[in-house]
Design a protein around this ligand. Sequence first.
Ligand code: 5GP
Ligand code: MN
Length: 332
Amino acid sequence: MYTHFKEINELISRSEKIILTTHVVPDGDAIGSVMAFAGYLKQKGKNPVIINHSETPDNLKFLDKKNIIRVFSKDRLKNEKLISEAEVIFLLDTNEYSRTKSMEEFLINSPAQKVCIDHHMGLKPRQFNFVITNTVYPATCQILYEFIKDDDEKYFTKEVASALYTGIMTDTGSFRHPRTSSDVFMVCAELINDGADPVKLYDEIFANVTKENLKLTARFLDGLQFHSDNKIVTGTVTKEDFRSTGLDIDHVEGFTSLIMNIKGIKIGIILVELKDNIKISFRSKGNIPVNKLAAEFNGGGHKNAAGANIKGYSVKELRKLILEKSEKYLEN
Ligand code: 5GP
Ligand code: MN
């Protein structure tokens, strides 16, 4: 952590034009963060505007019932103006402007004060005027919980608590990933007391599998390849898989946990073929630093969960190349 909560509180108090944003392909922690923080700011009499590069995934839309999240490409000129006239911009759940894709240059060029609140590694603090970061926390929403609590617990309305709970539940993989500390449960217990419903929230987010989802999953499982004595598994999702099921990348999220549940697996790699690049997800068990493997492909992330985006290869070529570089990480 670099900035004291109080400094950011003072910044909020003296600012009116406040923008919140998060990363491309937003997950539960990303949408939970912007919605919880917006709910908090509203109670403080502010009128924050959320602008994201991506549409909100269907299973997270329940957090934004009033549909307040603006998508940058829709009504783009207005969104550019909002960013260029902002006094404060909060970048939540990422510390890289590039992960806001089409918004990157507008955020960087805006004269606004820039605040980053995030839990990822690899922060370059000089890009921001204020930074709150803690890579020990499993979710940005846990940092926001502390921030809001430090101000006043009265701001934990049912909506705010539900958004924060969503971020923590999803980024901990439903309370089973390595950073699931006892503190996580203490925080979630309080959020449940404040109105977050763990059963309803789980069902909203996860209990919505369709026939098409199952078909995409079947194609994915059918294409899994095992390597290095079954310690490494690679899987792919191709444009053809998306075309034949009518689904998109939003429906691939659960695949990493599927392959990491395979008995004895150490490294799991998924390649997703998109319109003009291939998105790679790396996962590992124990002490294997897949963020270093991801860095070999210009990506990054955490020790056990990392990613990269690559252009100029076919899925087959890239799979072979990644595999060649993966095997040495098994020795850790
Ligand atoms: P996922 O596989 O869930 O998309 O990403 C896992 C983690 O890897 C993310 O939380 C993020 O930290 C990191 N990550 C994913 N894609 C990229 C990327 O293109 N570049 C970098 N630097 N990190 C990424
Ligand atoms: Mn997160």
